[in-house]
Design a protein around this ligand. Structure first.
Ligand code: AHR
Length: 611
C-alpha cells in the first residue's frame, strides 16, 4: 500500500460521514433502549375494543378468588381501556394475595440498591389495600415492596399513585406485582416502572446508550425503516400520537415488526436522544405510503402538514403551536433539526405515488425551512435523479462476498448532483450470519473502505439494524445484541468502531499494488487533542494470508516524529465465529490458538495508528 501522507493531495471527508440508524425493530426501543420495565402499561395492546388482550399481564389467583376484565372506563381520552379486578376471596380470605403481574419484556432487570419509580392510576368502589412489589420471576422472592392503602372516598375517582421502590436483591428476570387480600373491585390503568438510573434521567438504558456513544455517531436516523411506513398506513408511526404526557399516549401496533409499543420512546425522546449523543437528528416521516396502501398525490396534503408540524415541534420557538408542546415537555430550546427523509424505500415499489408525493413534501418544506436538507429514497447511484434532493437514500443487504465487492460501487457515480446517504447496509444471507459473524463484518469493512474513499459522493453512512433484543429475532444480523441485563457488540459493531475517526478527517491518497482483489485499504489523517495522526485500515477477505507492506511518502521528516504506533486487529479462528453474552469480545488474542496463529487468523481487519 503506497500512501501519500501529505495532506496536500488529500481530500476532506464530510463531518457527518458515519452515524447510526435507530429503528424500532427487534424491540430495540420498547424493551430495549427505552428503560420502561412494564410492557403494555395501559392495557391497550389488544386494541381499543373490549374484551381486550392484557398480554403480557397475567393473573395471580384462580377463578374462585379473582376475575380480571378490561373495560373502557379510563380517565385518559386517547386510551380508554382500563383493567378491572374483582376480588372474591371467601371468609378465610386470600392470605398471600391475588392480583396481576407484569413480566416486562422477557423479565425485568432489578438490581440490588437501585431505585425504581412506580407510577399507576387506581380507582375503586371501596377501601383499598394494594401491595405493589418487584419480585423474582415466579413471585416467590420479594425484591422491593410498598402498600397503597386508601379509603374509598380517596379512590372513588381515578387517582395517581407514585412510589420509589429500592431493591434489596438482584434478578434480571423479575416482575411487577399488584396484589391485594381484600375483596372488592379495583381498576388499574397506566402502570409504569422506570429505573431512576437512566442516562441523565432521560429514560435511556445506560449500557445500551453507551454502546451508541462509543461509535461517536455524527448523526442518528430515526425511527425507521419499515416501522415508519407500516404494513398499513393506519399502523405507521404517527408522531402526534407519541408526544405529550406518557399516560396519554395511545401506543400502537407496529405491524411490520409485529409488536406493540407504548410509545414511551416518541418523537420528543428521539430528538432528546440525538441531542444527548451529540448527533445530528435525521427524521424519517411517512410519505403517504405503506407496504400495502398509499395516498395519491392529489390527497397528500394532510401528510405534508403532519410533516411540517413535526418539524415545527422540533424547531419552532416556544410560542409556536407545536414548539409550545415541546417546551411543555421540558425542552424550550429548539432541537437542531437539519435533515429530513421523505419516506422509506417507497420509490422502489412498482406502482407508487412516491415521486408525486415527494415533490409536494419537498416544495412545502423548502418553502418553510430553506436550510433543511431533504432526502429522497429514489436511487441516484447509477443515474442522476430526475427530481430535486439534497441526498438520496441507498440501502444494501447482500451476502458478505458480494458486499465486499461493492466497495467499488460508487467509483463511477456521477460527481455532480446529490450525495448518497447509505442509511442501511449489512452483510446478510442465510449462510453468512446468525446474529452476526466475522465474515459478515469483513464484507462490511471492505464496503465501508470503498465508501470512505468515495466520500466525495457518499455523504452519510449507517449500519442496520442497530439493536437486537435476543428474545425477538425479527431481523438478523444486527450490531448490538442484548437481553434485560447484558449486551455485546457483534463483529459488525466492532467494524464500525474502526471508522470512528473518519468523519471530518482527511482522506489521504493511497494506491494498492499487487494482485489481490480481496484486500482493500484506506489511509486518513486527523487531529486529536492537538496532535496529528495517520490511520491506515486494511481488510483481507481472502482465505489465505496476505503480506501487506505499507510505504509512506510525503511525511515531513524534519517535523515528524513517529512517536507512537497502535495496532488494532479484528479477527478470529474461524470467520464464522460470533460473539456472545458469554464471550462478548472473543478474538484471536483471547483464544488459545496453538500453532501458527497468523495462519488461522489470516482473514482480518487491521488498523494502524501513527502519531
Ligand atoms: O433494517 C431493516 C429493514 O430493512 C428496514 O426497516 C427497511 O428500511 C429495510 O428494508
Amino acid at each position: 500500500l503506497q500512501v501519500d501522507a501529505s495532506n496536500a493531495t488529500g481530500r476532506p471527508i464530510p463531518e457527518t460521514l458515519f452515524g447510526i440508524f435507530f429503528e424500532e425493530i427487534n424491540h430495540a426501543g420498547a424493551g430495549g433502549l427505552w428503560a420502561e420495565l412494564v410492557s403494555n402499561r395501559g392495557f391497550e395492546a389488544g386494541g381499543q375494543i373490549i374484551p381486550s388482550s392484557i398480554w403480557p399481564w397475567s393473573i395471580i389467583g384462580d377463578e374462585s378468588t379473582i376475575s380480571v376484565v378490561t373495560d373502557r372506563s379510563s380517565c385518559f381520552e386517547r386510551n380508554k381501556i382500563a383493567l378491572r379486578m374483582e376480588v372474591l376471596c371467601n371468609s378465610s380470605g386470600c392470605p398471600s394475595g391475588v392480583g396481576v403481574y407484569n413480566p416486562g419484556y422477557w423479565g425485568m432487570n432489578i438490581e440490588e440498591g437501585k431505585k425504581y419509580k412506580v407510577t399507576l392510576y387506581v380507582r375503586s368502589t371501596g377501601d383499598i389495600d394494594v401491595s405493589v412489589s418487584l419480585t423474582s420471576s415466579n413471585g416467590s422472592l420479594t425484591l422491593a415492596s410498598e402498600q397503597i392503602i386508601a379509603l374509598a372516598s380517596e379512590v372513588s375517582k381515578w387517582t395517581k399513585k407514585e412510589m420509589l421502590l429500592e431493591a434489596n436483591g438482584t434478578d434480571d428476570g423479575a416482575r411487577l406485582q399488584l396484589t391485594t387480600t381484600k375483596n372488592g373491585s379495583i381498576w388499574f390503568d397506566q402502570v409504569s416502572a422506570m429505573p431512576v438510573d437512566t442516562y441523565k434521567g432521560h429514560g435511556f438504558r445506560n449500557d445500551l446508550f453507551q454502546m451508541m456513544v462509543d461509535l461517536k455517531p455524527r448523526f442518528i436516523r430515526f425511527p425507521g425503516g419499515c416501522y415508519v411506513e407500516g404494513a398499513w398506513l393506519s399502523n405507521a408511526f404517527h408522531w402526534k400520537e407519541t408526544v405529550g404526557a406518557w399516560e396519554e399516549r395511545p401506543g400502537h401496533f407496529g405491524d411490520v415488526w409485529k409488536y406493540w409499543t407504548d410509545d414511551g420512546l416518541g418523537h420528543f425522546e428521539f430528538f432528546q436522544l440525538a441531542e444527548d449523543l451529540g448527533a445530528a437528528p435525521i427524521w424519517v416521516f411517512n410519505s403517504g405510503i405503506s407496504h400495502h396502501d398509499q395516498v395519491e398525490t392529489a390527497r397528500i396534503m394532510p401528510f405534508v402538514q403532519e410533516a411540517l408540524d413535526g418539524i415545527e415541534f422540533a424547531r419552532g420557538d416556544a410560542n409556536s403551536t407545536w414548539g409550545s408542546v415541546r417546551a411543555a415537555m421540558g425542552h424550550p430550546k429548539p432541537f437542531g433539526l437539519k435533515y429530513v427523509a421523505v419516506g422509506n424505500e417507497d420509490c422502489w415499489q412498482k406502482y407508487t405515488y412516491y415521486k408525486g408525493n415527494y415533490l409536494v413534501f419537498y416544495n412545502a418544506i423548502k418553502k418553510a425551512y430553506p436550510d433543511i436538507k431533504i432526502i429522497s429514497n429514489c436511487d441516484g447511484s447509477s443515474q442522476p435523479l430526475d427530481h430535486p434532493a439534497d441526498y438520496y437514500d441507498f440501502h444494501v443487504y447482500k451476502p458478505s462476498k458480494e458486499l465486499f465487492s461493492m466497495s467499488h460501487k460508487f467509483d463511477n457515480t456521477s460527481r455532480d448532483g446529490p450525495k448518497a446517504f447509505v442509511s442501511e447496509y449489512a452483510a446478510k444471507s442465510e449462510t453468512d450470519a446468525n446474529k452476526g459473524n466475522l465474515l459478515a463484518a469483513l464484507g462490511e469493512a471492505g464496503f465501508l473502505l470503498g465508501l470512505e474513499k468515495n466520500s466525495d459522493v457518499v455523504g452519510m453512512v449507517s449500519y442496520a439494524p442497530l439493536f437486537l433484543n435476543t428474545n425477538d429475532r425479527g431481523w438478523i444480523p444486527d450490531a448490538i445484541v442484548f437481553n434485560s441485563s447484558h449486551l455485546y457488540g457483534t463483529p459488525s459493531y466492532w467494524v464500525q468502531q474502526f471508522f470512528t475517526e473518519s468523519s471530518g478527517a482527511t482522506l489521504l491518497s493511497s494506491t494498492m499494488e499487487g494482485n489481490s482483489s480481496y484486500v482493500e485499504a484506506s489511509a486518513i489523517s486527523f487531529q486529536s487533542n492537538g496532535s496529528d495522526y495517520i490511520q491506515i485500515k486494511a481488510v483481507n477477505f481472502a482465505n489465505v494470508t496476505v503480506e501487506l507492506k505499507v510505504k509512506m511518502t510525503g511525511l515531513d521528516s524534519s517535523n515528524t516524529k513517529v512517536s507512537a504506533k497502535k495496532k488494532k486487529v479484528l479477527t478470529s479462528a474461524s470467520v464464522m465465529d460470533e460473539n456472545s453474552f458469554l464471550q462478548p469480545r472473543d478474538d484471536c488474542a483471547t483464544r488459545n490458538l496453538g500453532g501458527d496463529a497468523r495462519d488461522v487468523c489470516s482473514r482480518a481487519l487491521l488498523l494502524f495508528i501513527i502519531r
